[in-house]
Ligand binder design. Structure first.
Ligand SMILES: [Zn+2]
Length: 325
């Protein structure tokens, strides 16, 4: 029935002469911006398949950048053609890594912890052809809600067969009750609000002894843990050697592909120890620029995969991978 209708319409259209240019512009409908399709991107790193999963897009206030005059922030954003209308556009990404032996999720997005504009990791994971039950390991770079909230929904594990890992230092900072009194009073309410979100996300895994911690020197499913403290006290990155390259899942050692690459000494309000966060970034960027590891980053423009380049060893450039079919 449908086929016949289609054939009829084709022969109907072809029986008309071509329209003149003036006539086409007159009848062309206004094309409205549609919702973008991209939500996952698959990158083959030798024998390992990495699927970048978009959680959504956030807009940061430029005033969140620290130890840099605001004027300079705006100049850098302008230089990189970064749209400033709604703030500084920031992606939230997570990464699904199929090693052939294991299906590992690195970070998990914000779920509903920050509003409806984020929380698409689970939908995009399914769109990429995977099922949440297949994920056996979740590696969290740190426990901020935009990395941990995506593991659960309303007290249930989104990934029922996965074991969740974070560093022992990170668990101590957020989950040890003795820590609360050490947090400066001005920041305590924010800290406790964050703790509540972290506890809710981890609870279904803890109930099944599926939340585990690691320390420096450990290796999980072939991922080497790298201490990158500063942004949070127990922040870690993960390095995975494939048969073609080393991929480093850096977490939040950087939040901006413009300001913090151009001026890597620029801290951000979310850093718990800004000086240490800057030192960590300088050390890691120098290493990445020298050795050329492939980088997967949760807050660089989606898919957040690329390389770090430096011409002078002082400022850096983000080199995103090319779209590949
Ligand atoms: Zn983050």
């Amino acid at each position: 029935m449908k086929k016949t209708a289609l054939l009829l319409s084709i022969s109907f259209l072809s029986s008309f002469p071509l329209l003149s240019h003036a006539e086409t512009t007159k009848t062309l409908p206004v094309i409205e911006q549609q919702k973008q399709v991209a939500g996952y991107y698959q990158y083959q790193a030798g024998n390992v398949q990495i699927t970048a999963l978009l959680d959504g897009t956030n807009f940061m206030s430029p005033t969140l950048f620290k130890n840099i005059p605001q004027q300079q922030v705006h100049e850098i954003l302008k230089k990189y053609y970064a749209d400033q209308e709604k703030g500084v556009q920031t992606s939230v990404n997570a990464f699904l890594v199929n090693t052939g032996k294991s299906l590992v999720l690195v970070d998990s997005g914000a779920a509903s912890c920050f509003g409806a504009h984020l929380g698409s990791v689970l939908t995009n994971l399914k769109a990429a052809g995977y099922q949440p039950e297949q994920v056996d390991t979740i590696l969290l770079t740190h426990l901020h809600p935009d990395h941990v909230c995506g593991i659960s929904k309303d007290g249930n594990a989104n990934f029922p067969n996965a074991t969740v890992y974070a560093s022992q230092d990170e668990a101590n900072y957020w989950l040890d009750a003795k820590q609360t009194s050490k947090v400066p009073e001005a920041k305590r309410a924010g800290y406790l609000g964050t703790v509540e979100k972290i506890k809710a996300a981890l609870a279904p895994y803890q109930a099944k002894q599926r939340f585990k911690t690691y320390k420096l020197g450990d290796e999980i499913q072939g991922f080497k843990v790298i201490s990158t403290a500063g942004h949070t006290p127990g922040h870690f990155s993960y390095a995975l050697k494939t048969d073609s390259e080393t991929v480093v899942f850096i977490g939040d050692i950087v939040h901006s592909h413009t300001v913090q690459f151009d001026r890597p000494k620029t801290a951000i309000e979310y850093d718990i120890n800004p000086q240490q966060a800057v030192q960590t970034r300088l050390k890691q960027f120098a290493d990445f620029a020298k050795h050329g590891q492939t980088i997967a980053a949760p807050h660089l423009p989606f898919p957040g995969i690329g390389h770090v380049y430096s011409a002078d060893g002082k400022s850096y450039q983000w080199m995103p991978i090319h779209f590949k079919d």
